[in-house]
Design a protein around this ligand. Structure first.
Ligand SMILES: *[C@@H]1O[C@H](CO)[C@@H](O)[C@H](O)[C@H]1NC(C)=O
Ligand SMILES: *[C@@H]1O[C@H](CO)[C@@H](O)[C@H](O)[C@H]1NC(C)=O
Ligand SMILES: *[C@@H]1O[C@H](CO)[C@@H](O)[C@H](O)[C@H]1NC(C)=O
Ligand SMILES: *[C@@H]1O[C@H](CO)[C@@H](O)[C@H](O)[C@H]1NC(C)=O
Ligand SMILES: *[C@@H]1O[C@H](CO)[C@@H](O)[C@H](O)[C@H]1NC(C)=O
Ligand SMILES: *[C@@H]1O[C@H](CO)[C@@H](O)[C@H](O)[C@H]1NC(C)=O
Ligand SMILES: *[C@@H]1O[C@H](CO)[C@@H](O)[C@H](O)[C@H]1NC(C)=O
Ligand SMILES: *[C@@H]1O[C@H](CO)[C@@H](O)[C@H](O)[C@H]1NC(C)=O
Length: 655
């Protein structure tokens, strides 16, 4: 109450016209918010205090811990990760036994380490990628019926990039709930991500105020911060949104999400790439950074040449270190989960950028324009964090001089699947389920190019710098399309025991044309559900292939049997004959454009793998024509972003 009175006084004294014509608390609040948006950061600070004093997005100063291993060389796992693995192994062991028994296969002598990786691709990837995860949960009756439900309990790592990081972050933060329940109970995909319909003034004043608070605490802020908070508003549990306290951090996840703390959920890993000012970075020379609940770092540093990387405890990320030493001032809280999800997806900052070119004088657009003016054109798609490895002299260190690390969406280098954290020798991953919902063909389906980019990079880094990325060989995107490998699950690395085995799962139109634009940020209930179910069916094969659940089980456990082609069980050998890439790479330009028709993929029919009653008579609807009519097939970022801004801006009366 006290605050209220002070604030009204403030309003009257500073902007008499803003107080004019106030009737009720709602109008007052709206005007106050409006006034705060127009004002400078100090007034916004007062307004923020008025609205509840919540500055929880900003990192907070804490006392420095006495003994802390601030940095370590990238040749071992974080202590927290090791402790997690011990707990997780117990859960995985039971799940593996259960699944192997169910499919009448022997139980492997050693518990496998399995990773699940979700590609970038905005909401499309987020929704379909979690659909894929749902296809392995025992809570989904459809997945259980299809014979694949239950494997999610055997997954140790869940890696996400860009849109895939939203899936990873949101699913874990929401206690690993059934993804379709996430759609119904938590996500609000009908309301546009950037321009929420309701409470826009509160939303924006609070959002801008929170970012101001971070800047006032001495940290650089970027579009990613605004984007991060908008994203959190849709995807994080309600308590951690702007109206609550937007302070959920990645490092808190194991203590806040009980199931994660107990090893009952996979460990999330979120990746981003580095691109310093003026640099042009491609997959071969990018540095891949990873955020986990325990550490932040990279397995290999440097753009021109790779040297062994390093890690730091993520909890204290933001603390200024010099040669691995603190100066007496420590910070916590730069690792807000929303910020990390935004950092992995900086490509989407471009959507906010579009507001800069509108003529609107509305307060919201004006406030964002002010901020864009400061940021400038070149740097819109970055996230900057204090460089913990500054001055680190324990080893060769090409990033020694940087005050900040500049991170971008790793999708920008076409390494659109976050495989790398799962390919490092230290994690000893046996199998990776790579769920690919990239938009690569003209018709917005994946064509294998991301996984090939990672293979290519691994070869170059191995030859040039002797960096170990244990990536099995995969064909080129032409090879993928010609071999129809992008229409159905394919196993890679079947006979290469030195790498994890990759189970590649492309999204395919089984029951829905889920090839939506990456920048579609509004989904109605029907399309989000159908998109998710289609993602699930890309993994379960819609229960049409009787051998599939058993073959998936063979793939996930092959390495823990140490099988070779000489002693693999007959059942699994048969599976490998069917699902492994045969090593042929027809790199000629595909004769026909790739335009799959909804239904069972031709390859499964031609190989006589699909149940006879489910083949033929493709559903063949032309559902996708509706999508085109709805204008969703539009291409690049700019066009689409402009459309979004215009459409939603108009609806809100902003533009
Ligand atoms: C990365 O590689 C590309 C292509 O070879 C090159 O043009 C670019 O300068 C390199 N960037 C850095 C930072 O080394
Ligand atoms: C220590 O670092 C903080 C930034 O984290 C800075 O504000 C402070 O001035 C530094 N203190 C000393 C004694 O250098
Ligand atoms: C926004 O527009 C202003 C000019 O109106 C320009 O100076 C600024 O660089 C732009 N910012 C971005 C991020 O495009
Ligand atoms: C596959 O996708 C990549 C990236 O979008 C593109 O450059 C390439 O031309 C595509 N190849 C085919 C065969 O579709
Ligand atoms: C299969 O053969 C390999 C190599 O000889 C051996 O290491 C492995 O233990 C064998 N696995 C089984 C299950 O017999
Ligand atoms: C998918 O499964 C459902 C339920 O069994 C069935 O009705 C539908 O025809 C199937 N579609 C395809 C393409 O397999
Ligand atoms: C479908 O029928 C063909 C020919 O009769 C047979 O060879 C094949 O095994 C059948 N497929 C399945 C999955 O039952
Ligand atoms: C989705 O895929 C179908 C064919 O599979 C294609 O005709 C349609 O244009 C695609 N939609 C988009 C948005 O690319």
């Amino acid at each position: 109450m006290m605050k209220y009175i002070i604030f009204i006084t403030l309003l009257l004294s500073v902007t008499p016209e803003a107080a004019h014509g106030l009737h009720g608390p709602h109008e007052l609040a709206v005007d106050a918010a409006q006034w705060a948006l127009e004002g400078h950061s100090h007034e916004r600070y007062l307004a923020r205090t008025f609205f509840g004093g919540d500055v929880s997005y900003a990192p907070e100063k804490v006392s420095c811990p006495e003994e802390k291993e601030w940095l370590w060389t990238a040749d071992k796992l974080a202590k927290g990760e090791k402790a997690f693995l011990e707990k997780r192994e117990k859960v995985v062991k039971i799940a593996v036994e259960k699944m192997m028994n169910q499919h009448e296969l022997p139980v492997p002598p050693r518990t496998p380490v399995i990773g699940y990786a979700i590609s970038g691709g905005g909401y499309r990837s987020m929704i379909t990628g979690l659909g894929g995860m749902m296809g392995m949960t025992k809570e989904s009756p459809e997945a259980v019926k299809a014979g694949t439900g239950g494997w999610s309990d055997a997954i140790t790592y869940m890696a996400g990039l860009s849109g895939g990081s939203w899936a990873t972050g949101s699913w874990i933060a929401n206690n690993g709930m059934l993804p379709t329940d996430l759609l119904k109970q938590v996500w609000d995909l009908k309301s546009n991500l950037i321009y929420p319909d309701n409470d826009k003034f509160f939303f924006y004043s609070n959002l801008i105020g929170q970012v101001d608070a971070k800047r006032e605490a001495g940290f650089p802020t970027q579009l990613s911060d605004y984007w991060a908070l908008a994203l959190s508003e849709q995807l994080l549990p309600k308590a951690y949104r702007l109206k609550g306290h937007p302070d959920l951090t990645m490092s808190q996840l194991p203590s806040i999400v009980k199931r994660l703390g107990e090893g009952d959920l996979p460990m999330p890993i979120i990746v981003a790439s580095q691109r310093e000012e003026g640099e042009y970075v491609v997959a071969q020379n990018s540095t891949v950074w990873e955020f986990t609940p325990y550490s932040f770092g990279s397995w290999a540093f440097g753009s021109k040449k790779k040297v062994p990387g390093g890690f730091t405890p993520i909890e204290y990320l933001g603390t200024r270190l010099n040669d691995g030493k603190v100066n007496g001032t420590c910070y916590k809280g730069i690792d807000r989960l929303g910020y990390i999800m935004g950092t992995s997806a900086t490509l989407f900052n471009g959507l906010l950028l579009e507001l800069n070119s509108t003529n609107s004088n509305s307060i919201i657009v004006k406030a964002i324009k002010d901020m864009l003016y400061e940021i400038g054109k070149d740097r819109f798609d970055v996230s900057r964090i204090p460089n913990p490895f500054k001055g680190w002299s324990a080893q060769e260190n090409p990033i020694k001089e940087f005050e900040y690390l500049t991170l971008v969406d790793a999708g920008e280098t076409d390494q659109n699947l976050p495989l790398e954290p799962l390919l490092v020798p230290e994690r000893k991953v046996d199998a990776i389920i790579a769920f690919d919902a990239s938009r690569q063909t003209i018709t917005s389906w994946p064509n294998g190019s991301s996984i090939h980019t990672t293979f290519n990079r691994a070869c170059i880094l191995h030859e040039r710098d002797d960096t170990q990325i244990k990536m099995p060989e995969v064909p080129t995107s032409n090879g993928f399309i010609n071999g129809r490998l992008n229409t159905r699950p394919t196993f890679f690395g079947c006979e290469d025991q030195t790498t994890p085995l990759i189970v590649y799962i492309p999204q395919y139109p089984w029951t829905y044309y889920s090839n939506k634009s990456t920048f579609q940020l509004e989904y109605d209930d029907h399309s989000s559900l159908e998109t998710m179910l289609n993602g699930m069916r890309s993994l379960t094969l819609n229960n049409t292939v009787p051998t599939w659940p058993r073959c998936l089980s063979c793939a996930l456990t092959d390495r823990s049997f140490s099988y070779t082609s000489h002693n693999r069980s007959d059942v699994c050998a048969q599976c490998f004959k069917t699902f492994c890439w045969d090593g042929k790479n027809d790199d000629s330009t595909p004769k026909h454009g790739y335009s799959p028709v909804m239904g069972v993929p031709d390859w499964l029919e031609d190989m006589h793998l699909a149940k006879n009653h489910s083949i033929g008579g493709k559903d063949g609807t032309d559902g996708w024509k509706d999508e085109i009519k709805a204008g969703l097939s539009e291409g690049g970022l700019k066009d689409w972003a402009t459309e979004v801004v215009k459409k939603v801006g108009k609806k809100m009366g902003v533009i």
